[in-house]
Write a protein that binds this ligand. Sequence first.
Ligand code: C2O
Ligand code: CU
Length: 507
Amino acid sequence: AAARLAAPKQPLLNPARLAPFVDPLPRPARARPVGRREHPAWPGRLLPCYRMEMRAFAARLHRDLPPTPQWGYAGSSPGPTIEVERDEAVLVEWANALPARHFLPIDHTIHGAERDKPEVRAVTHVHGARVPADSDGWPEDWYVPGRSALGRYPNAQDAATLWYHDHAMGITRLNIYAGLYGAWLVRDAQERALGLPTDECDLPLFLCDRLIGRDGQLYYPVSDDPAAPWVMQCQGNAVLCNGKLFPYLDVEPRRYRLRLLNVANSSFFELALTHGLVFRQVGSDQGLLPAPVEHSRITLYPAERADVVVDFAGLARQRVQLQLQLHGGGILEFRVGERGRHDDSALPARLRPVPRLDVAAARDRVLTLGEVDDAGGNALRMLLDGKRWSDPVSERPHAGAVETWSFVNLSGDAHPVHLHLVRFQVLERRPFDLFAWNARRELKYTGPAQPPPPHEAGWKDTVRADPGMVTRIAVRFEGEPGRYVWHCHLLEHEDNEMMRPYELLPA
Ligand code: C2O
Ligand code: CU
């Protein structure tokens, strides 16, 4: 029941016609606190406070294209990077200074009540952050242009590559597509002691695909089919890296730490390097792996991160590309210089231990993914455990408890499942009999459990749940009691009912 797509109003760009690698790779600016402030929930603590204003702006995606209207934090996309030290709390005032009308088509959302809501609304979530519920970016706590929200962030967690992005109910897919995302890096002493590349040799690479017209405008696909009013996946015609098409980066022949983030709506990326270079992956979503994992290819589903070290030593005067394995297209060109300063970085063989969670006494929740609900006049909602957003809260773990969640994927797609607040471990993926499930709701396995590969054996916050598989994770629910959410990070699914609340109860 895939939607028929309406033709875009302008012809689409053929990216192969653009001159590749003519724009320098933008490095997101580092955000600076604007002062010190108190949060009403933390009286008596004067904390560094950032101010992030969401604004419309226009920027060229490529030298030869006209400027593209976008939305971004501080008027850029990616927005400025917030860099914090573990256990140092900060505040952020997230200000909505967006125009009154959306520039992307907003009328095709499935949420029935959408039509009663203001067209432009926003609320920011810091993906992967352990935060009190009041600052988590609850999707219904959106606010309109002219308003802002003050979030409090304890940063009481291991060093990791987190990211912030919009999370407004029903339109997250459009707000992120418009450009509302940026990096939030937590650093800590233990990671620093490893001596990984730092400063200009440590940078985020935000990857996302977009549908771009010949006029340089962003298109969001719309359905032509009243029976399937929303578009279940949004695939672009080009991949942006830090907001540019085919940028280049001048590098020295030495080690670099690249934090790869998939911030696409629904595309996964299979990445590779030319010249036989390998990725040495040192971290995943929630920080360091126990040991570096070497691969020639990395696959990232939406919202997943891979923290990698790439060594350009011995490649002086070469032009190395970061490429998409599937389409063979270059995304980013590294221009390796003649020589650089002495490389004093390190890549230790041991990084940070990841003690396995003890799940012997854990409660297991069996939750289905991707059941379709076409009742109620709004065709095709993608559901989590057969429930809608507005159904009563059914997952209510106690603070401190370890649980396992088993995601039974009933659909034909892989879904990247994300839980707010917590970090988790992937236990296994195991094939099951879909017919036995559909007929009797019986969970019958048809093959052995597959343990996660080494790069998925660290702390994660988003896991790919494959079709035909039960994907099982172990979670310790650390954090403050309150309401949080879990959802599919394919943004089209998330906006169309594939998101559920969960409630953390006191210990
Ligand atoms: Cu990346 Cu609920 O978010
Ligand atoms: Cu999904």
